[in-house]
Design a protein around this ligand. Structure first.
Ligand code: ZN
Length: 147
């Protein structure tokens, strides 16, 4: 897989020093997702505080793309509200489905633009999306718990 060097570096950085990769003691929702085509697994925990701010922790095992993507997403989403994550989520999924045609909006995606090259490799898209789909699942469940 040939990715832009700078982007490659961002991904490897997150893989080596993942953010929020430590499951917390307290959480509202815990989900476990697997990507059988690559063998990636993630456990993701999600809570919302009184202000509706996201607290997200995760743990997992898998390829550099899947783990780096989880780290980038956790960095982007922690401290935001679910409403604030929606456009970022949309932009990332659109980017992943672009088959290499889109470059991604860096203002929205920040470090997640590093995965833009991944969309050219159908087998790796599920790796990049694993954590994001786990988050989507958890966010639906956590909203079901509110009220
Ligand atoms: Zn993978």
């Amino acid at each position: 897989m040939q990715l832009d060097n700078l982007y490659q570096e961002v991904i490897l950085d997150h893989y080596k020093r993942p953010e929020f990769k430590k499951l917390s003691e307290t959480f509202s929702v815990r989900v476990h997702h697997v990507n059988p085509s690559c063998g990636d697994e993630i456990t993701l925990q999600l809570s919302l505080d009184m202000q509706g701010e996201i607290a997200l922790t995760w743990d997992g095992i898998g390829c550099s793309i899947s783990m780096a993507s989880a780290s980038v997403m956790a960095g982007l989403f922690n401290g935001k509200s679910l409403e604030q994550t929606a456009p970022i989520f949309e932009e990332f999924v659109t980017l992943m489905q672009s088959k290499g045609a889109a470059t991604g909006d860096e203002d929205v995606l920040e470090d997640a633009v590093a995965f833009s090259g991944v969309s050219k490799y159908p087998a790796r898209i599920k790796c990049a999306l694993l954590a994001w789909m786990a988050f989507k699942d958890a966010s639906v469940q956590v909203q079901g718990q509110v009220k």
